[in-house]
Design a protein around this ligand. Structure first.
Ligand SMILES: *[C@@H]1O[C@H](CO)[C@@H](O)[C@H](O)[C@H]1NC(C)=O
Ligand SMILES: *[C@@H]1O[C@H](CO)[C@@H](O)[C@H](O)[C@H]1NC(C)=O
Ligand SMILES: *[C@@H]1O[C@H](CO)[C@@H](O)[C@H](O)[C@H]1NC(C)=O
Length: 318
């Protein structure tokens, strides 16, 4: 069967008309604008603006591909202006491209592609979590890394450091810095006592495009450089109590002590004589004439602390 030229032109016209019709149907909606992939802490979100001058009741469908995969469906018929595509991420080191089209009833727009996004390089690092502990005139800063949706900060940015900025709350202009800190704890020394300081921390990862978002500002007051006065009083009380207890013990076990202190060997005679010789000081004579007190007799027993060979204590009345 042969088609005449006339019939051919007729078919072509039909095809053209149909193609034109299709173009009209899919092209009725203009496309979403500002389509871009964004990421914070290694998630992956496609965002877009509605088509210019479009009615409000649009639904959007999104897809994501990487350099090693075809487009995979993300959100379908969502009315939101963003779609979380993190679950489609196959490698944290991948390069991704997203696309979105708008739909209204039977009409759809063209797909609009985002720019290629290098996830591990372009992700924004969220703020670290900072806490402050005051220790007399020092402040201890503890930093927690932001938690990543995929992997961890330290796995992706092995050499990440912290920049710490701190200032007196009353003097916001005089900022001090500790940069390139590697450990997640640091003590701020040489601060003024009884002063409120504020601290803010950023994570700096050289492999990332920009530093992390700054942490929230946390403030705390230093206290005095020395212990408060009551600490000294408490220490003095315990020392005094110890001394009193010792004195009580010594008095209580005096007999055992004197046995221990009085050896069994005899004191040489000439030494004993000089010890027993009546003292010549007028003070001692005055004491002898007064009433003997207990300490006095104790004193005698110490002075007379010598034993005869049978072990009985020699007592000499004063
Ligand atoms: C999305 O909406 C279109 C048009 O209304 C409809 O044909 C399609 O079935 C919907 N898809 C889903 C998954 O709901
Ligand atoms: C920061 O750390 C503190 C103490 O561990 C915790 O209570 C708080 O929820 C954390 N804040 C954030 C934003 O993670
Ligand atoms: C962090 O510290 C480094 C080293 O001093 C400095 O070059 C960089 O500008 C600082 N970054 C920020 C965001 O303050």
């Amino acid at each position: 069967m042969l088609l005449t030229d006339n019939m051919w032109s007729c078919v072509c016209a039909l095809i053209l008309a149909f193609a034109a019709h299709c173009t009209v149907v899919s092209g009725v909606l203009s496309s979403p604008a500002n389509v871009q992939l964004t990421s914070t802490n290694m998630n992956l979100v496609l965002r877009w603006d509605p088509p210019a001058g479009a009615p409000g009741d649009l639904l959007y469908t999104t897809e994501l591909k990487s350099t090693v995969s075809q487009f995979n469906p993300g959100c379908v018929n969502t009315s939101a202006l963003e779609c979380d595509l993190t679950s489609l991420v196959i490698s944290i080191y991948g390069r991704y491209t997203g696309r979105v089209k708008a739909r209204r009833g039977a009409q759809s727009s063209e797909w609009v592609l985002s720019e290629e996004f290098v996830l591990d390089k372009q992700t924004s690092i969220g703020p670290p979590n900072v806490s402050l502990h005051s220790n007399r005139a020092n402040l201890e800063v503890s930093i927690k890394d932001p938690v990543f949706v995929k992997s961890t900060l330290r796995e992706i940015f092995t050499s990440a450091t912290y920049n710490i900025t701190y200032w007196k709350k009353e003097q916001k202009k005089e900022l001090k810095h500790i940069n390139g800190l590697q450990q997640n704890r640091v003590v701020l020394h040489s601060l003024d006592p009884w002063t409120e300081y504020c601290v803010q921390v950023q994570v700096i990862a050289s492999a990332a495009q920009k530093p992390s978002m700054p942490s929230r500002v946390v403030c705390a007051s230093t206290t005095g450089e020395k212990e408060p006065p009551w600490v000294g009083a408490v220490v003095a009380f315990f020392v005094l109590a110890g001394v009193v207890a010792l004195v009580v013990l010594v008095v209580y076990y005096w007999r055992s002590f004197s046995h221990f202190l009085c050896p069994k060997y005899a004191i040489p005679d000439h030494f004993k004589k000089s010890l027993l010789a009546p003292p010549k000081s007028s003070m001692y004579l005055a004491m002898q004439t007064s009433q003997p007190v207990e300490e006095f007799s104790d004193q005698i027993s110490v002075v007379m602390c010598s034993r005869s060979e049978d072990g009985s204590l020699q007592q000499t009345a004063g």
